[in-house]
Design a protein around this ligand. Structure first.
Ligand code: FE
Ligand code: ZN
Length: 246
């Protein structure tokens, strides 16, 4: 595996992902909510940040952009910030505007940009096909999906199909540790789902030990995620509304 991913837990439940492409040594940050813990971790590892990738405009995904770029430049480096073209007006720090179907270069590898609107209107995901990993921001979570702040259940239903199509073995790096709360809701929707019960027992034990439950995988989500498993737009909409009110 030429790409190495390090988890940086920040704020109450955000995960920032620090990613290194080992052939080139290039390092990028996915969705930096804040700067300081990211800069500290990079320094500790001896990694020099060269890029930031944002999935959507929310401040807990972009708040560290300017400070990280300034810190990198102060050390004589450069830091290119890539994010959703459709949200450029709300992310003033962007250098490169990415659209669905674009390919973003990272060292010797590339990621495909996938449009996944719904949580925000311009939300994108980044898929490293060769490595089998995807950074999905606030679109798909372990046993959950993002709230529909700027989009529709129909869009989220389509997003589930797009992400499912990445294949069972794809590792899914989402931006929050919402697993237990999502899992409790999932069990209320599918109390007889054995895979779900088994997963909940596992993640409950992991959380009790203080361990993260992310990344997840498409296979796990296909078996346990009530939003990915919704059989129609209407069912997804109903489940999303119920979860919002839970
Ligand atoms: Fe968000
Ligand atoms: Zn978020």
């Amino acid at each position: 595996m030429s790409v190495e991913v390090v988890r940086i837990p920040v704020l109450s439940d955000n995960y920032v992902w620090l990613v290194r492409e080992n052939t080139s040594g290039e390092v990028m940050v996915v969705d930096p909510a804040v700067a300081a813990p990211v800069l500290e971790k990079a320094a500790e590892l001896g990694w020099q940040i060269t890029q930031i990738w944002n999935t959507h405009w929310h401040p807990d995904h972009t708040g560290g952009n300017a400070e990280i770029k300034a810190a990198v430049e102060a050390q004589g480096g450069s830091c290119i910030i890539t994010g959703p073209a459709a949200e450029a007006g709300r992310i003033p720090t962007l250098d490169v505007l990415a659209r669905g179907g674009d390919v973003v270069a990272f060292g010797t590898t590339t990621a495909a940009v996938i449009d996944v609107p719904a949580h925000t209107a311009g939300h994108i995901a980044y898929h490293f096909g060769y490595e089998g990993i995807a950074f999905v921001g606030d679109t798909l979570f372990a046993m959950g999906c993002g709230r529909l702040f700027e989009g529709t259940a129909e869009q989220m239903f389509d997003n589930m199909r797009k992400l499912e199509a990445l294949g069972d073995d794809t590792a899914i790096y989402c931006a929050h540790e919402y697993t237990l709360s999502n899992g409790r809701f999932a069990l209320s929707v599918e109390p007889d789902n054995a895979a779900l019960a088994e997963r909940m027992a596992m993640v409950t034990a992991m959380r009790e030990r203080g361990e993260p439950t992310v990344p997840t995988s498409i296979a796990l989500e296909r078996a346990t995620n009530p939003f990915m498993r919704a059989s129609s737009v209407a069912e997804l909409a109903e489940r999303r509304l119920a979860k919002d009110q839970a």
